[in-house]
Design a protein around this ligand. Structure first.
Ligand code: DC
Length: 228
């Protein structure tokens, strides 16, 4: 890992606002952005497409090493687009089914280690903001600023529900709440790289904060630590 590259890690459970916060900070600072969850989702989708069982550790490790993915970020368009074997799979990656499959894949040590070098390669000047579950605890352990962003399960379910409605999709709030709680349990209880705050992480509860407020706090902290 290139330790001199300034890195901000943002870990936390799904729906805490990590994606929106990291995207906004990357744009504000013109830094690189790593959405590590997207890599786990891509590996899971690749397994599904190639009919590989989600508990086949050896096959997932081989697939993780050889994963044919690329990302594009087009000015004026929303966020990063992900391509798997040349096909734009961005929308498919965000489905609950792929999320659950990613959670299973992410519980396996060989799959995680297969994606490690790929994640570390994102550390480039002028800086990197890395979004995930183990950015501060494993992948970028030496990062000078680590954030653990969280929010209550109810608030996260409400946000996901609103997102679905805004996209013209339907969503059942009770089912979403249960799905989010189940994913939290899976991510926090797994043996390898469980979701937890790094010992030196700043804990930020976004339940009553806007994206702008969270970004403002992180950028002030980065300034205080002379990262920007
Ligand atoms: O953030 P997300 O919902 O896109 O992540 C998808 C799954 O991948 C989620 O269940 C947690 C897992 N994940 C992980 O284990 N480690 C990461 N660094 C990022 C995501």
């Amino acid at each position: 890992m290139k330790t001199l590259v300034p890195i901000i890690t943002v870990d936390g459970p799904g729906g805490a606002g990590k994606g929106a916060v990291c995207k906004q900070i990357a744009e504000t600072l013109s830094w690189h952005l790593l959405d590590s969850g997207m890599l786990y989702r891509l590996l899971a989708l690749s397994a599904i497409n190639h009919s590989v069982a989600l508990d086949n550790e050896a096959a997932l490790q081989v697939m993780g090493n050889a994963l044919d993915v690329h990302f594009t970020s087009i000015a004026g368009q929303d966020g990063i687009r992900a391509f798997l074997e040349g096909t734009d799979v961005t929308a498919e990656l965000r489905t609950e089914d792929v999320g659950m499959a990613a959670s299973k894949v992410a519980a396996m040590a060989p799959a995680r280690s297969a994606l490690l070098a790929r994640q570390r390669a994102f550390a480039e000047f002028p800086g990197l903001i890395a979004d995930g579950r183990d950015m501060g605890t494993v992948v970028f352990e030496q990062a000078p600023l680590k954030i653990y962003l969280t929010a209550t399960v109810t608030e996260r379910a409400n946000r996901r529900h609103k997102q679905l409605l805004d996209n013209g999709q339907s969503g059942n709030l009770a089912r979403l709440t249960e799905a989010i709680a189940a994913r939290d349990r899976a991510d926090m209880r797994r043996a390898v790289s469980p979701l937890r705050p790094a010992d030196d992480a700043l804990i930020v509860d976004s339940t009553d904060l806007s994206i702008d407020q969270v970004c403002g706090m992180i950028i002030s902290e980065a300034r205080a630590r002379s990262l920007i």
